[in-house]
Design a protein around this ligand. Structure first.
Ligand SMILES: C[S@@+](CC[C@H](N)C(=O)[O-])C[C@H]1O[C@@H](n2cnc3c(N)ncnc32)[C@H](O)[C@@H]1O
Length: 285
């Protein structure tokens, strides 16, 4: 896999299957973690109020969001412990990421999260194929499967999360992870004040989150012009601008992606269905 040096000097990889980098090269990989995931989900504030905080991380990738979250909580709130469930379909990812040096800010924590073992874990009646790593202030469970299956199984447990990092590849290439059906299920896994953060500025994604029952808000851009997105049930999030509200009401592109009820449609089918509906909208406008 090709290495890329991003704008802040941290290194990411290019994924050949999806033809995308794991991180924003213009914002910088580490900067993206802090500005698009860690700060918008307010995990440091949660950690100051609670001894245990639960994070759902969708798309472990190179583990930068996970490592940055653990690092920031450790720096700011010595007492609290963070429990992270990270969803990833690529079981070989841990070998791949060992080929790159971590961002300098994560040099201490990164090797610690990678010291663990592959094993099955049981949560209530559900079994998960996992990599488990535990440290002074964290427990990390990387669950290997299509995240849709993992979310289906997690939704049958009593787990509730304080924050969700939604960091799949872009909706155009990784469409199965951006559907209304999946957002509805993840909503059930979130505490009322929990915030879901994603780098995506896509109208289809924003409309999908709204249709799933979330209120949504915008996060100041970094490394590009578009604002990223946050969603919550009752948490305090920045408001939508009037301009964005109008775009969401009137743009033909503001139509969500849909999976089937079992959440197992191929990504291409979900995208084809969306493109068909878009074409109809465009021909009417
Ligand atoms: C943009 S990268 C995540 C970067 C990561 N959050 C980080 O901080 O380094 C997206 C990840 O989602 C994973 N992925 C893509 N589709 C998936 C699926 N259906 N289920 C689970 N993981 C998936 C990819 O293998 C990839 O590792």
């Amino acid at each position: 896999m090709k290495k890329i040096i991003t704008a802040d000097g941290s290194i990411t990889l290019f994924n050949e299957e999806y033809q995308e980098a794991y991180h924003s090269t213009k914002a910088g990989a580490y900067t993206e973690s802090i500005h698009k995931f860690i700060n918008p989900t307010k995990i440091v504030n949660f950690a100051k109020e609670k001894n245990l905080i639960y994070i759902l991380d969708v798309g472990f990738g190179l583990g930068y969001n996970v490592a940055t979250a653990i690092n920031e909580i450790k720096k700011n709130s010595l007492k609290s412990k963070v429990i992270i469930y990270s969803l990833e379909k690529d079981k070989k990812i841990l070998e791949k990421l060992k080929r790159i040096p971590p961002p300098k800010e994560l040099e201490d924590i990164y090797p610690k999260i990678l010291q663990g073992e592959f094993k099955n874990i049981d949560i209530e009646s559900q079994t998960f194929d996992s990599f488990v790593s535990k440290g002074e202030n964290f427990e990390l469970y990387i669950i290997f499967d299509d995240a849709r299956n993992s979310i289906k199984k997690l939704s049958k447990t009593n787990l509730k999360f304080d924050a969700v990092f939604w960091d799949a590849f872009s909706p155009k290439v990784n469409t199965e992870l951006w559907t209304v059906n999946l957002f509805k299920l993840v909503k059930k896994l979130m505490n009322p004040k929990a915030i879901l953060a994603t780098y995506s500025a896509s109208l289809a994604v924003r409309k999908g989150l709204m249709e799933a029952g979330f209120k949504i808000g915008l996060v100041e851009p970094v490394g590009r012009k578009s604002y990223s997105t946050v969603a919550s049930l009752e948490g305090e999030i920045p408001p939508l601008t009037e301009k964005e509200k109008l775009r969401l009401e009137t743009s033909p592109y503001a139509i969500p992606y849909y999976d089937n009820e079992e959440l197992n449609l191929p990504s291409e089918k979900i995208k084809e269905d969306w493109e068909k509906r878009l074409k109809e909208k465009l021909s009417q406008s």
